[in-house]
Design a protein around this ligand. Structure first.
Ligand SMILES: Cc1ncc(COP(=O)(O)O)c(C=O)c1O
Length: 403
């Protein structure tokens, strides 16, 4: 019989689909905990709140009422109608129910969008620090990510003129994520107007605008780029229920786009999965149309935690952090600490720094390499105030001891 190694069948696509550091760090934190170590994990981008009661009740009622069958691929008309109304009222976006494709999470909506318009050799401008999944999906589609970086000195926002200079005849898409994971940066109306001007100057360029953190803002204005003059046709707006409504496990997101693109996205989804869960879609209508007290309560909690994290991080010499106007992430620049030593252990990369913080001091963070920004680390503060206090105290002590 021939020797057979299943791994030899794997193609490079399956190797490149790796959210590496986030999974690695959260898994290691779990292992250390299981071994008895007291570990604070600031790794996962997941609300620590349960889904609001009224949404749970709507799902249970829908299930009991028999909404347990396949859904239309684009989503049930009632939800697409509710989303169209939401986008109009809250975001000034003009998308009808047929311009909206409901998906099994925003992640799938993003994949549907990228697979629909990015082909072999097409370029996609990615604004680092970025959420890693965009890059993986662009590569899946055969596209080439063109990464532009903005650090703390630019408030993590790449200026429009640098984006303009990076556009080539192969550029199809610019991925925008405001508010941003991992930095919490929010683009202002003026900044978006400038970016819109750049996009409109080119015949073949669109924006994918991921707005999933819109309900977790601590001031400032949420502006959807697709609402700016001339941008409706040039924008695919992605959003979802995971973050604002604390519905990560429910898997529901959506993309709104000009009708031909919305149709193409639904074809992608039909080929790969199918319509999203019916009773979850019914619950999503309750989320959109019901009271928002819980959403507001969670936002205020995140704001308190944001204040604690900023106060704590700002006392650590060598570490730089800007404001965090939104989300539940901090993304301090630690490049000033790299090259220092803990005893005789050299910390020359953020990976080494994060490993040391976890193994020696019981704080799990994620190295910026996961977000196209190797000089920074990400802390998620979707955890209790007690855990944040413990993490800040440990980080101050650990990082303050470096020589
Ligand atoms: C920026 C961003 N977009 C999209 C998603 C995915 O959301 P969903 O759970 O709806 O797939 C995440 C989740 O971490 C995210 O941070």
């Amino acid at each position: 019989m021939q020797q057979f190694d299943p791994a030899s069948l794997l193609v490079s696509r399956s190797q490149s689909a790796d959210e590496g550091p986030i999974i690695r760090m959260s898994q290691r934190a779990r292992e250390l905990r299981a071994g008895g170590m007291d570990v604070v994990s600031l790794t996962l981008g997941e609300p620590d709140f349960d889904t609001p009661e009224n949404i749970q009740a709507a799902a249970t009622a829908a299930m009991k009422a028999g909404f347990t069958h396949y859904s239309p691929v684009m989503g049930i008309p009632e939800l697409r109608t509710a989303l169209s109304a939401k986008l109009r009222a809250e975001n000034g976006l003009d998308y009808g129910p047929n311009d909206i494709c409901v998906a099994n999470g925003a992640k799938q909506a993003i994949a549907n969008a990228i697979l629909s318009i990015v082909g072999e050799g097409d370029e996609v401008i990615m604004l680092a620090p970025f959420w890693v999944s965009y890059e993986i999906t662009v590569r899946f589609a055969g596209g080439t990510p063109k990464v532009l970086h903005a650090g703390v000195d630019e408030n993590y926002k790449v200026p429009a003129r640098r984006i303009a200079a990076a556009i080539t005849p192969r550029t199809k898409l610019i991925v925008l994520n405001s508010p941003s994971n991992p930095t919490g940066a929010v683009w202002t109306r003026d900044e978006l107007m400038e970016l819109a001007g750049v996009v409109k100057a080119h015949a073949n360029v669109m924006v994918l605008s991921d707005e999933i953190y819109e309900y977790i803002m601590f001031g400032g204005e949420m502006v959807s780029i697709g609402s700016l003059p001339g941008m409706r046709e040039r924008t695919i707006t992605v959003n979802g229920f995971s973050k604002g409504f604390a519905m990560t496990g429910w898997r529901l997101g959506y993309a709104a786009a000009p009708a031909p693109i919305a149709k193409a996205m639904s074809r992608m989804q039909s080929a790969l999965t199918a319509g999203a869960n019916q009773f979850v879609q019914r619950a999503a209508i309750a989320a959109l149309e019901g009271p928002r007290d819980e959403v507001e309560r969670m936002r205020l909690e995140y704001q308190k935690r944001r204040d604690m994290v900023l106060k704590g991080l700002r006392t650590i010499p060598g570490l730089r952090i800007g404001d965090i106007p939104a989300t539940f992430y901090a993304f301090p620049d630690v490049s000033g600490l790299l090259g220092r030593k803990a005893g005789n252990h050299l910390l020359d990369t953020t990976d080494a720094l994060c490993d040391w913080l976890l193994e020696q001091h019981g704080v799990a963070t994620v190295p910026g390499t996961a977000f196209g920004a190797p000089g920074s680390i990400r802390l998620s503060f979707a955890c209790s105030e007690a855990e944040i206090a413990k993490a800040m105290e440990r980080m101050q002590r650990a990082l303050g001891s470096l020589i």
